[in-house]
Ligand binder design. Structure first.
Ligand code: GLC
Ligand code: CA
Length: 599
């Protein structure tokens, strides 16, 4: 798979967060009552919260989350401190890919609500200084979209050239797909269409035909979609599969990836694995991004942010997504930090430093979790890499480390609903329970993405407060809801929820943690990741994260960084930890975190 980091982490189902360390914690400054009015760069150092609408809050008792449900939880999101919400697709859709197969880009799917509900949500969020970011799927539409229906009806209709149509290759008198390109979701990426007597290309499901981005009418139609939603009040777009817009004009075969025996590797779907050199990250995409940026800047008065789903392998590729003249994406996702997927201090240090120094001043967007990958509990593997139960002994400690990297770094932070209460990935255990089609096709090697899409756990009541009592929810509610839920964590000052709130408050209100430059410290240390945040006003803060299950003691010398003072004022630390007296000796428990201001 190219876009979705396919991380095979086997998680045995387990419950409860008992045995967590309990202790007093430092109080962080309260979130300011009102935040600065949204400027053209409001998204810099902001906190963006991804909501999977099916799973956040159901308001009408059909077991599926909806817009009115989200609106009813805005106070919670405001208290958490989020600046914007990214909604995964809520447009009308046959829901083959749960919304990523759009059949009408101008409307709202009835199961999520109406356009009026949407307008009310935008207005209510705005009153709380929260912006709404829509998901924009440019690479493909649903096969039920009228555009595709028309395009597939003949070779001469007005939209005949809107999708990727190709003649078959004839081998020994038999029809074959034009080349060996495979779908990310299994099987050939080419589907035969009897009406046109041609194949069409689909990077994802058969029901998601790829648009032809060489066609100027396609471009114009999609820029119009962006303008339409800007007019409806959205403050940004998350651009789905944005590195997939173009394919090799010569339709060349992709190279196979050899396994240990020299033969092509076989993936979870039984396909030979190919390297996507002709279907991913082609240079033509930059022309589209510049045009789109011009359109959104003009329609949104330069306040609309473009976020990219950019699974890229190098900092150079990531830098290109900002545009040579900062005229493409403001926030391409940096998947190179959050998806390291193991506590490798040296690698984290290198990648974070690359983001700080290698993006030509572009704002990094860090992310650890989304609706396509196992949640952050995937970082919890045993010493030999053996998976542990989701709520293993260090579950909360690990969550605190990850949250510290996310919120105390010099970045815009993108988080996923449920992260803040420590919801663990809960994949289905039987094939007949799987809802995500890739899990049905790939079972048991690929269990699909249901495990990270389970309903939000609000309280210990029926349906975890997500739906009405006794309703069958679209995905089952994990058993953990009895102890891992918002209401219980509100009451526990040492909970994950309070840790997130304090970190986010620091990111907003402490000048060093908000916008200070980031300098890696103790760069030879293989156990503790430490860094300095230094604000223009001279404020300096150190952050130290123990990446191991053993206690560690670190010592800092900041003279080379031009920071005077060796005293510390604690801003936040792991519950139960002892406050250090000076930077000469900071003790950290297993996976302990310390954040302190230099005095
Ligand atoms: C993106 C989405 C994923 C979807 C795919 C196809 O990777 O995040 O959920 O299945 O694109 O649209
Ligand atoms: Ca509903």
């Amino acid at each position: 798979m190219k876009k979705i980091g396919s991380i095979l982490v086997l998680l045995s189902s387990a419950l409860c967060g008992t045995g967590r360390p309990m202790a007093a914690q430092q109080a962080a400054p309260a979130v300011e009552a009102s935040r600065a009015a949204k400027s053209t760069s409001w998204w810099k150092n902001a906190v963006i919260y991804e909501i999977y609408p099916r799973s956040f809050q159901d308001s009408n008792g059909d077991g599926i989350g909806d817009l009115n449900g989200i609106a009813s939880r805005l106070d919670y999101l405001q208290e958490l401190g989020v600046d914007a919400i990214w909604l995964t697709p809520i447009y009308p859709s046959p829901q083959v890919d749960f919304g990523y197969d759009i059949s009408d880009y101008a409307a709202i799917d009835l199961q999520y609500g109406t356009l009026d509900d949407f307008s009310r949500l935008v207005a209510a969020a705005k009153r709380r200084n929260i912006g709404i970011i829509m998901d924009l799927v440019l690479n493909h539409t649903s096969d039920q979209d009228p555009w595709f229906k028309e395009s597939s009806s003949s070779r001469t209709n007005p939209r005949a050239g809107w999708y990727m149509w190709r003649d078959p290759k004839i081998v020994d008198g038999h029809r074959q797909p034009p080349n060996n390109w495979v779908s990310d979701f299994g099987g050939s990426a080419w589907q035969w269409d009897p009406a046109r007597q041609q194949y069409y290309y689909h990077e994802f499901y058969v029901q998601q035909p790829d648009l032809n981005w060489n066609n100027p009418q396609v471009r114009k139609a999609m820029y119009d979609v962006a303008r339409l939603w800007i007019g409806r009040g959205v403050v940004g777009f998350r651009l789905d599969a944005i590195t997939s817009l173009f394919e090799d004009p010569l339709d060349r075969d992709e190279p196979y990836i050899p396994g240990p025996d020299g033969q092509p590797r076989i993936d979870a779907y039984g396909d030979k694995e190919v390297e996507n050199i002709y279907t991913d990250n082609l240079p033509e995409e930059h022309g589209v991004l510049r045009e789109l940026r011009q359109a959104t800047d003009a329609a949104g008065g330069h306040r609309v942010v473009l976020i990219g789903e950019t699974y890229l392998n190098s900092i150079d590729d990531l830098r290109r997504m900002y545009g040579a003249n900062n005229d493409e994406l403001q926030l391409p996702m940096d998947m190179q930090v959050g998806f390291i997927n193991k506590f490798d201090v040296a690698l984290f240090r290198r990648r974070i430093n690359e983001a700080e120094t290698g993006l030509d001043g572009g704002q990094p967007l860090f992310v650890f979790d989304n609706h396509d990958n196992p949640r952050w509990d995937r970082y919890q593997t045993g010493a030999a890499g053996a998976p542990q139960s989701a709520y293993g002994p260090h579950h909360d400690d690990i969550g605190r480390v990850i949250a510290a990297v996310l919120f105390a770094s010099h970045d815009t932070a993108l988080m996923y609903y449920g992260d803040e209460i420590g919801m663990a990935t809960t994949p289905p255990t039987r094939k007949q329970d799987v809802r995500d089609p890739i899990g049905i096709r790939g079972w048991p090697r690929e269990k699909g993405r249901d495990g990270e899409r389970t309903p939000m756990q609000w309280n210990a009541g029926p349906d975890a407060g997500f739906s009405s009592a006794g309703v069958k929810t679209w995905l089952p509610i994990p058993e953990s809801y009895k102890t891992v839920n918002v209401a219980a964590e509100e009451r526990d000052p040492d909970s994950m929820l309070h840790w997130y709130r304090r970190l986010i408050a620091l990111k907003k209100n402490d000048s060093a943690l908000h916008e200070g430059e980031e300098i890696m410290l103790n760069t030879a240390d293989g156990h503790v990741l430490s860094w300095l945040r230094k604000a223009a006003n001279g404020e300096a803060v150190i952050v130290a994260c123990n990446f191991t299950g053993q206690p560690q003691t670190v010592s800092f010398d900041l003279s080379a960084q031009g920071v005077g003072g060796t005293g510390l004022k604690t801003l936040l630390m792991t519950p139960g930890a002892r406050e250090p007296q000076s930077i000469a000796s900071v003790r950290l428990g297993p996976y302990g975190v310390y954040i302190g201001q230099i005095r």
